[in-house]
Design a protein around this ligand. Sequence first.
Ligand code: ADE
Length: 330
Amino acid sequence: MDETLMKAAVSPLLEWYRVCKRDLPWRKARSFYTALVSELMLQQTRVEAVKERYVLFLQRFPTPEALAAASEEEVLKMWEGLGYYSRARNLHKAAKILAAEGLPQDFNGVRALPGVGDYTAGAICSIALGLPQPAVDGNVLRILSRLYADGANIDEPATRARFSELLRAAYPPETGDFCEALMELGAIVCVPNGAPLCGECPWQALCRAHLAGEEENYPVRSEKKARRVVDATVLVLQCGDKFALEKRPAKGLLAGLWQFPFFEGDAPDLGEVVAEKRAKHIFTHVEWRMRGKLVRIDAELPRYVWATADEIARTYAVPSAFRAFMEWVR
Ligand code: ADE
């Protein structure tokens, strides 16, 4: 591939980033630990959803030692609503490793931490260790496939590997800024949905897709598989001032988190239905179409854990898939 184009693109990108970057909490004080926390939180999750939670998380767990010493339940509670909860468990495990063994110093050491894949390892190395390790996700692939007007399918590992090597060869000494500038361009200019804001782009004069007026023809992707639809019934069982909770299975979707009694298809008749509503929740590969029922009963069923609204709010991590039904919990 044409390495001169990539090298010519570095300075305009860095200059643009210095002026236009968003003021985000993880861009203030930087350490290995804060980079690890922010990059894990930002996997698959929007910056807007992460901002506030990142600050609260670091207030509660300011060091790897503080996080390592916490219970898993509390870590999950601090992750509540962010989704993909295996990230929280992995971060907890990673903090224990850092607390016991100190910080890794190279790519392989970072990549070996739980929850850290190639992209996240590249980002942490670039941001926290000053190493020229590319971090290539869908956003970076989009901006590069436009810069090069490259018609290769970005869902193919070979395409990712090719762009990754191209970046590696172009890395400037400002490794962290470069890494985040690529992300930033993909987030606020060369946006994923809708037309890119080419008028604001530092690569206007370089971008081959833009010069050809074909930015919307890139990137080329595989067709997405349709999501599987699951119909379910969720019972908010109330007995006095307590509500029934159950723990989800240890494996699979929302593993080990708390939920209201959940039934695929219909639920058994357990008592008087006092309110009903529908809600849906979209996961990466599955869509839940839920019918929620508020049911009052006279005796606590022993198969569930019973908790007051206040206890639920303070100590049980209930994923946002069930948020619509929380209005009954008071
Ligand atoms: N997405 C992943 N990492 C990010 C970062 N450091 N800043 C903004 N968005 C990101």
